[in-house]
Design a protein around this ligand. Structure first.
Ligand code: NI
Length: 190
């Protein structure tokens, strides 16, 4: 089932999400629905706050990057109750988009290496080290469960210049071909 995606300005995107237990209701179908929603919107990652659930769950399928980044081959993973334990290295910029911020793509600086501890969809624990594009995708999704959006990481001046665009998104004044929940909807877009 494809779920509607929360747009910029939605309060759930600003909450620090909470851990879940293995008996979380219908967790496996929620995970399936999140992948389905992400694929339908042509994203490589989706975090639970983006489907209006403030829980520490995100899914990633990085395989669309395979041609330029071979390490993304077969990288399809579920992250539950994740904690980034360490980030290191010199920050590097890369363009990022977000399904909650349609029509935008901005260069974001992040550290290149992370160590993360998380549970997979079977509640098996993992501690793994990632770098480069995989680290970046994980950092972006991890930010979502911490209530952070990539625009928060832009220089102040850049963020000021984007203010109107961000307001338009929150009001639904944006061209988007997937279902969204606009927190300050002013007019019907279709
Ligand atoms: Ni995002």
């Amino acid at each position: 089932m494809i779920l509607p995606i929360t747009a910029y300005g939605h309060p759930t995107l600003r909450k620090v999400a909470v851990d879940i237990e293995a008996d979380y209701p219908e967790l496996q179908s929620l995970i399936e629905n999140m992948f389905e929603t992400m694929y339908a919107a042509v994203g490589v990652g989706l975090a639970a706050p983006q489907i209006n659930k403030s829980i520490r769950l995100f899914v990633i399928d990085a395989t669309p990057f395979e041609e330029d980044h071979p390490e993304t081959k077969d990288f399809k993973k579920v992250f539950i109750n994740a904690r980034i334990l360490e980030e290191k290295g010199e920050e590097w910029p890369m363009g990022e988009g977000c399904l909650s911020l349609p029509g935008m793509n901005e260069e974001v600086s992040r550290q290149p290496e992370i160590t993360i501890r998380y549970l997979d969809e079977n509640f098996q624990a993992h501690e793994e080290h990632y770098k480069g594009i995989l680290a970046r995708i994980i950092q972006h999704e991890y930010d979502h469960i911490e209530g952070i959006l990539y625009v928060d990481r832009l220089p102040v001046l850049k963020k000021m210049l984007l203010k109107g665009k961000l307001r338009d998104i929150s009001e639904g004044k944006v061209d988007v071909d997937y279902r969204m929940i606009f927190p300050r909807l002013r007019k019907k877009i279709r």
